[in-house]
Design a protein around this ligand. Sequence first.
Ligand code: ZN
Length: 469
Amino acid sequence: MRVKVLALLVLVALMGWGAKSRSRASVTKVEGQRDGVRFIVKVYVSGPFKYKTVTLDPNRIAVDLANTVVAGPIEAPSPDDPTILRVRVGQHQNKPPVVRVVVDLRQPTQYAVSKEGDRVLVITMVTTYEPAPTPPAPSPAPEPKTLKAGIPAIDLHCDTVVKKLYPDNIAAFANGDFHVTLAKMKQGSVAGQVFAIWTNARTIPDGYIYANTMIDCFYDFLKAYPNDLAFAGCAQDFEQNRMKGKISAFLSLEGAEPVRTLDDLNYFYQRGVRMIGLAWNYQTVICDTAFDDPERNPTPYQGLSPFGVEAVKRMNQVGILIDVSHASDDTVRDVLAASTDPIVASHSCAAHFMPHYRNLKDELIVGICARGGVIGVIFNPPFLIPDKKNATIAHVADHVEYIARLGGTECVALGSDFDGGIHPPPGLEDSSQIQNLADVLRQRGWTEDKLRKLYFGNFLRLLRQVVDE
Ligand SMILES: [Zn+2]
């Protein structure tokens, strides 16, 4: 939510300091004096890996030093990480140290506070500044030549934002060389796309900053195509967007690397995230993964961590879909036991045809579906059959049918993994081809009603159940 004037009060007590948080926030320096104590505040507000200067009104910053002795001025941000402010605090008599910071930035702002050692308080500012308007795409997407009126499709997973659009490829979305483009989506009657924010823990040092940067990119991207795309945060949004002739863009995290505290789950919900994959290939604070095994990537625990159990409960509470694609078998079992909401596997296949570590064993398919969950079938050949070079659209249909037979028609959906470095089989090469799968299934006797469940109905039902409520 964008608030024009925001006064933020942060009350920090030693006992209640949260985990370290970092800003992506502009630069300023404010010097002042209060109660005889000099203070300097420097706030850095960064855009996507760029720093931008904003001016703060010193009158709008107050430091309340009740019960607190500031042992020194607020330090300049550290040169290696200008997003961190440090305040040294000391105890006054025997009362717990309390620092109150009141800031009106006339921008939506969050403070995160953490403690380093006994005497260093880290205040981090997270400011959702209004980014410069993205120039509209230079040329409108050409109308597809063969517009095929198909079943409205919702695809549960693509990597287009992170791998194709960021940092400066937004204009190319109209008709670029990606699996998912505006022209191709229109051609394939795609009505909704879940855009994943993927964080590789081995190459990205700070998943939180990275995810925020990518989410900024996602919104910049939507702003560039206002007539064709619109954010969807629930099933109702999807329906309204459709009435307006717009494609719905949903937002997900692939891997919980950006999540460090339970409150981060609320924070990412506020930023529009409605589905969180608990892990990618490497163990997160929440769980171990399908890729982890004792030899390849040993982990200190199997399944959900104690924090992971709490995270599942918080996601239930907040209304975030829990995505177990990439999670280990133990994690899926633990999530099924801990979650009161049905869950999703956004891009996975059946291990029955291909024992890939990422594919779901029968027991897990049954478990997910029996609880009302949904499995998005992935189009990636190594997941389809052992001989990946000869994978076809028929093999994708096999997985769809198998999962539907095992779990019911209500639990299967589409989870392409487009633009995720995959080479989809002929006939499903990109978004424009997505109706071809319906044709294959029609030939196998699938009714329009069943196909509509597969293409969008099941996912919408799940959204209504988990997110809309
Ligand atoms: Zn993936």
